[in-house]
Design a binder for this molecule. Structure first.
Ligand SMILES: Cc1cc2nc3c(=O)[nH]c(=O)nc-3n(C[C@H](O)[C@H](O)[C@H](O)COP(=O)(O)OP(=O)(O)OC[C@H]3O[C@@H](n4cnc5c(N)ncnc54)[C@H](O)[C@@H]3O)c2cc1C
Length: 322
């Protein structure tokens, strides 16, 4: 694509801003991000209480997540160790609400065997490593938990579920294997369990995106009310009209659908998107056994209103993210 191509991006969340950053690096001259809110970050939202950051959305990034690490380095963003559990525990503790107690550490030899097996199995699907999902084998539409069980690596399910179900993507019984396999890189297990690779942003995840947005052409308070695609793309925000060559929708397609000149195929695909409400709160809590834990018993669909995880970021304050 010619670098004179004018590109509009709808949504200044992680996806829209990462894309704008990458396009700018590749020399594209006109890249404009439209954001309806007064702030950038989307679901990376940080609450500041007495100058300390509390996450209301994304919390960690893993070491080795290249695009994020590049931004962190270039902008001089401060990060800190994300895993705050006691030394004797490996990885993120799992809590059983029935007993109620922390589940024992997973047995390392068995875990390693499953992790290597999973890594080998994943290589059978070259389409996984392409952008998007269009090159996936059709049978990967099966639920991720079924795929893991079918391939004798079911013991990895609760560990992956910390990142899929625990952080709001949905239970593994509802997530297609194609998505789970793409998202759950084997290195994720390695980094979480052995290298304590989860990192947090000292000033909050949202601060990263605020800083990234400041480097780019991001129009805050610009709700896109209409998109007409043809030879040119015409975007309306309030009374203003903007002309581009391409548009990328980096937001919930259901939210933008009323503004979009959808064709029947697009409308049908968008009508299939489902989501559940997911609440994040910061509260004072006492008596919890560790500072961070996931509750795998609540990752099941029939338990979907239960607490999924807690996270106590600042030792000196009794505020927990739930
Ligand atoms: C509780 C929780 C914990 C999580 N933890 C992690 C974690 O630890 N690590 C991790 O990597 N990920 C985590 N995630 C996932 C991560 O937060 C999301 O995947 C990511 O933030 C999504 O970014 P996005 O840009 O795709 O969408 P969004 O963040 O939803 O951004 C879309 C943007 O589009 C804007 N928009 C919508 N409609 C319009 C319109 N008409 N005009 C203009 N703008 C519009 C919205 O206001 C929004 O800012 C977590 C998510 C949640 C909810």
């Amino acid at each position: 694509m010619n670098t004179n191509t004018r590109i509009a991006i709808i949504g200044a969340g992680a996806a829209g801003l990462s894309l704008a950053w990458r396009l700018r690096d590749q020399g594209f001259r006109t890249v404009v991000v439209f954001e309806k809110e007064a702030q950038a970050g989307g679901k990376c939202r940080t609450l500041l209480v007495d100058g300390l950051s509390y996450e209301m959305g994304a919390i960690f990034h893993l070491r080795g997540a290249q695009p994020v690490e590049q931004m962190v380095k270039r902008l001089g963003i401060r990060t800190m160790q994300g895993t705050v559990q006691p030394r004797e525990r490996r990885g993120v503790p799992l809590f059983d609400t029935e007993s109620p107690r922390l589940l024992p550490n997973p047995k390392i030899p068995g875990l390693l065997r499953s992790a290597f097996r999973y890594a080998r199995l994943r290589k059978q699907y070259p389409g996984l490593f392409d952008p998007g999902h269009h090159n996936m084998a059709a049978h990967l539409a099966m639920p991720f938990d079924e795929w893991l069980a079918k391939h004798n690596v079911a013991e990895l399910e609760p560990l992956f579920a910390c990142w899929t179900s625990g952080f709001g993507y949905g239970p593994n019984s509802r997530i297609p294997a194609a998505y789970g396999l793409k998202f759950c890189h084997p290195a994720m297990l390695w980094r979480i369990f052995f290298l304590k690779g989860g990192r947090c942003f000292t000033e909050g995840y949202q601060n990263l995106w605020t800083r990234v947005a400041a480097e780019l052409d991001v129009r805050l308070n610009h709700r896109v009310s209409s998109i007409t695609r043809g030879e040119r793309v015409i975007i309306r925000t309030g009374a203003a009209e903007h002309e581009f060559d391409k548009v990328v929708m980096a937001c919930d397609l259901r939210a933008i659908a009323p503004a979009l000149d959808t064709d029947p195929e697009e409308a049908e695909l968008i009508s299939k998107i489902r989501s559940h409400r997911y609440h994040v709160m910061v509260a004072e809590v006492t008596g919890l056994p560790v500072r961070i834990a996931f509750v795998p018993g609540h990752f099941r669909e029939h338990r979907k209103s239960g607490l999924l995880c807690w996270y106590h970021r600042w030792k000196e304050k009794n505020l927990h993210t739930l």
